[in-house]
Design a protein around this ligand. Structure first.
Ligand code: ARG
Length: 462
């Protein structure tokens, strides 16, 4: 095993110990960040006079070559190294000789690994935010496209009041927009430089951490060396946001699955985002949505793993913390593919407008409109509520919808209310009228949805 230590050991490491201890198989993905961080570190050491200019130049040139050779596969990321940091440093010393051993002056792998992870996560947060913007734009387009497609809105999975498919889809826009904002906030905590905290107690060398922070684009530096190397909250926070995104997409998926069942038939997912059955020829299964719902479990699990990992750890670094990376990488890899696959699945789905219209016309979705109608005519709302309840019972008995009850029947049902039930009633009971009348701010009326979409379009373009 190529180790960065060994002086105080008189025996070889056990083969099993080497295997068990090594993180190279997963931290190899950090190589470019590791090298970028090392280059900034060496430049700083030369500026402050810890290394000579020529020593720094040799090391930097060596590191740049190693980066290219890894990119091109000339240096393989396999092998008996303890981790990616050891691989880079050993290759550097092989390349430039003993001077390569000066790279690690005033540094520990503890601040180095924290730096690498932050550089990596910073890039991935940007990538995820970009994917979220595409997702949000797709939802705005669909909101626009389906803003007049009336459907029953639900509470308790019981038909409640009319909404539009556009309005319903835009509910997810706002959930995901909050996640986007959460990532902006998370970035404030990610974008802090840990390098210079050393193993835990800083260094005796004259380093310039502010310079390194500027060089690497960090907004701040960690101001307590023990915190700097033991802090993983920025990962917990990120994984919490990932969990929030997954709660949203899992609920979305659950709806798509329900809506594409024969029982609902509100939508049909495209062939390109569904699968068949090996035995039942008629099947078309919503696997993408099901997998997203399923993968939410592992992304929550990754968060819980990290919380459990950290809860009993004394400060500062403990090897346990090496276990933070696979959970983080798994969350990021899965989140990215999920955010990429969801929008085209939505764009290609067919919305069954007739079926939605029919569903909106059954199940007394307009009952509140009738109560509102009576309330507008002066009946106290609570009394109007009772009257409509009675009318619903009557309609159920007669196997009718509210708009099939005649004026004569209304007058029979409520003889004490004069001519309160007039021709205006049938207009009010139309589900499209009901949708159009729901113009309150944030409501489902197409004109209000349109207004909200234009506000959000401006936000997205800025
Ligand atoms: N592979 C280690 C990790 O991921 C790097 C830090 C090692 N530090 C140490 N003191 N052994 O955490």
């Amino acid at each position: 095993m190529m180790k960065l230590w060994g002086g105080r050991f008189s025996k070889q490491t056990h083969k099993l110990m080497e295997e068990f201890n090594s993180s190279l198989s997963f931290d190899k993905r950090l190589y470019s960040y590791d090298i970028k961080g090392s280059i900034a570190h060496v430049k700083m050491l030369s500026r402050t006079g810890v290394l000579s200019k020529s020593e720094a130049e040799t090391i930097i040139k060596g590191l740049q070559e190693i980066k290219e050779e890894i990119d091109e596969g000339i240096i393989s990321l396999e092998g008996r190294y303890e981790d990616i940091h050891s691989l880079v440093e050993k290759n550097l010393i092989d390349k430039v000789g003993a001077v390569g051993g000066k790279l690690h002056t005033a540094r520990s792998r503890n601040d180095q690994v924290a730096l690498d992870t932050r550089l990596y996560l910073r890039d991935e947060i940007f990538n995820i935010q970009e994917l979220l913007i595409i997702f949000l734009k797709t939802l705005l387009e669909l909101g626009e496209k389906y803003k007049k497609v009336v459907m029953p809105g639900y509470t308790h999975l019981q038909r409640a009041q009319p909404v539009s498919m556009g309005h319903h889809l835009l509910a997810y826009y706002f959930k995901l927009k909050r996640d986007y904002d959460r990532l902006n906030d998370n970035m404030k905590r990610v974008n802090v430089l840990p390098l210079g905290c050393g193993a835990l107690a800083g260094t005796t060398f004259p380093i310039d951490r502010e310079w390194v922070a500027r060089e690497l684009g960090f907004e701040k530096i960690a101001l307590n060396s023990i915190d700097g190397v033991s802090d993983r909250d920025y990962i917990i926070e990120f994984m919490g946001i990932a969990a929030s995104i997954m709660v949203h997409l899992s609920r979305f998926s659950a709806e798509l699955i329900l809506w594409s069942s024969s029982e609902f038939s509100f939508i049909e997912l495209d062939d390109s985002f569904t699968t068949g059955s090996s035995i039942m020829p008629q099947k078309k299964n919503p696997d993408v949505a099901e997998l997203v719902r399923g993968k939410s479990g592992r992304i929550f699990g990754n968060l819980v793993q990290l919380l459990s990992l950290l809860k009993g750890l004394p400060l500062a670094y403990n090897k346990d913390m090496q276990e933070d990376k696979e959970a983080l990488f798994d969350t990021i890899d899965n989140l990215k593919i999920i955010l990429e696959i969801f929008p085209p699945m939505l764009k290609t789905m067919k919305v069954n407008k007739d079926r939605l219209y029919r569903a909106a016309n059954r199940g007394f979705v307009n009952a509140t409109d009738l109560a509102d109608y009576l309330a507008r005519k002066g009946v106290p709302f609570r009394e109007a509520h009772g009257m409509v309840g009675k009318a619903v019972l009557y309609a159920l008995e007669k196997d009718k919808e509210l708009n099939q009850i005649t004026i004569e029947e209304w007058n029979q049902l409520f003889p004490d209310y004069g001519d309160i039930f007039d021709k205006g009633l049938s207009e009010i009971l139309d589900v499209n009228t009901s949708l159009n009348n729901r113009k309150s701010s944030g409501g489902p009326a197409p004109e209000e949805v349109e207004r909200v979409i234009s506000i959000e379009r401006e936000w997205i373009e800025s």
